[in-house]
Write a protein that binds this ligand. Structure first.
Ligand code: HMG
Ligand code: MG
Length: 297
């Protein structure tokens, strides 16, 4: 049996949060359902953040109320504070994700507080989630660079990742928010964090601004990581990281992993169909080379 890698599909959240045009609830629901039907085991479905900060995620409650959930699939939602937690719980989220940063300036710009304040804010969220039986994932942004501060010391990444893990997050997703990192840097970063946290609890979340994300995933696999976040058609970016491109495209990751003998459970044809469909709905060409190549056949 081949080795399994878990792909966490973040397109409906990380992808669509950055759309200039408004995307209706029906399209979001259809996107989530198609991704799960294509075999994505985890589909990040929304974010319970301030609608003033990230207007595209405002209807996450409606999206989660309407979407059909597949048995065995998981549908995490982002939560920055207790207000967000109450929203996610009411929406029957099985998993939530708290999000911190390794850079102070990014933390201020993204969630309007310091790193230490954000961790304090997450404590009651963790407690409530534990009591309610909801799993909590933890994100660390700017692990390979910050749009405001430039280089970010590895020690800062390790410190925040460990704080989230010690607080009870089952998995720590390490975000190259602006997609500047290279394979050598990703390798060193995963190795440093894995010195403090079991590598099985780490995920790579690589944006593809400089076209380095697949190489970064491969370097992370060589370090033992087995969970990667990606976005169908390479949708997205972060509204608080100017110029950042979307996550690495899920089609490209699925193609690389299948060709290298890893099992993801994803049906590439169904995924590419979904990529072409959402690209048409958004009025653009797919951001995945694999989707474009297969569509041209
Ligand atoms: P704040 O303005 O400091 O919050 O924002 P506040 O507590 O002072 O409240 C201000 C207003 O927001 C109040 O409403 C609150 O009720 C409301 P008002 O009285 O003015 O009408 N409010 C909320 N509304 C809905 N849901 C909530 C919520 N909380 C407060 N949860 C806050 C602080 C954290 C809320 C804000 O900064 C925020 O929402 N930030 C989120 C920004 C965001 O969505 N960023 C993108 C996601 S992170 C990302 O993409 C990176 C990642 O992909 C990894 C990577 O790539 O690195 C995960
Ligand atoms: Mg991201």
């Amino acid at each position: 049996m081949s080795e399994r890698i878990v792909i966490v599909e973040v397109g409906p959240r990380d992808g669509l949060q950055n759309e200039k045009q408004s995307v209706d609830v029906e399209t979001k629901v259809a996107l989530i359902e198609r991704l799960a039907a294509a075999g994505c085991p985890v589909v990040e479905a929304g974010a319970f953040v301030s609608p003033k900060w990230t207007p595209q995620m405002a209807a996450s409650d409606q999206v989660m109320a309407r979407m059909k959930r597949r048995a065995g699939a998981s549908y995490p939602a982002l939560v920055p504070n207790m207000k967000g937690y109450e929203g996610a719980r009411a929406a029957r989220a099985d998993t939530i994700a708290v999000f911190a940063a390794a850079s102070e300036t990014f933390s201020q710009r993204n969630i309007n507080c310091s790193i230490a304040e954000s961790l304090e804010r997450f404590r009651p969220v963790m407690e409530a989630a534990r009591a309610d039986g909801i799993r909590v994932r933890g994100y660390v942004s700017c692990v390979l660079g910050c749009p405001y501060e430039g280089k970010v010391p590895l020690a800062a990444v390790v410190k925040v990742a460990k704080a989230l893990y010690d607080m009870g997050c089952y998995e720590i997703s390490l975000g190259d928010t602006i997609g500047v990192g290279t394979a050598g840097e990703a390798r060193a970063m995963i190795r440093a964090v894995a010195g403090e946290i079991p590598v099985a609890a780490l995920a790579g979340h690589y944006h593809d601004t400089y076209g380095q994300a697949l190489a970064n995933i491969w370097a992370s696999i060589e370090e033992g990581a087995r969970v990667f976040d990606s976005s169908v058609s390479g949708l997205g970016g972060c509204p608080y990281a100017p110029g950042a491109a979307g996550n690495v495209a899920t089609e490209d990751v699925a193609y690389m992993l299948a060709g290298s003998g890893f099992e993801t459970g994803i049906d590439l044809d169904a995924l590419v169909e979904t990529s072409l469909w959402i690209s048409r709905a958004l009025g653009r060409a797919p951001g995945s080379k694999v989707a474009r190549a297969l569509a041209a056949k």
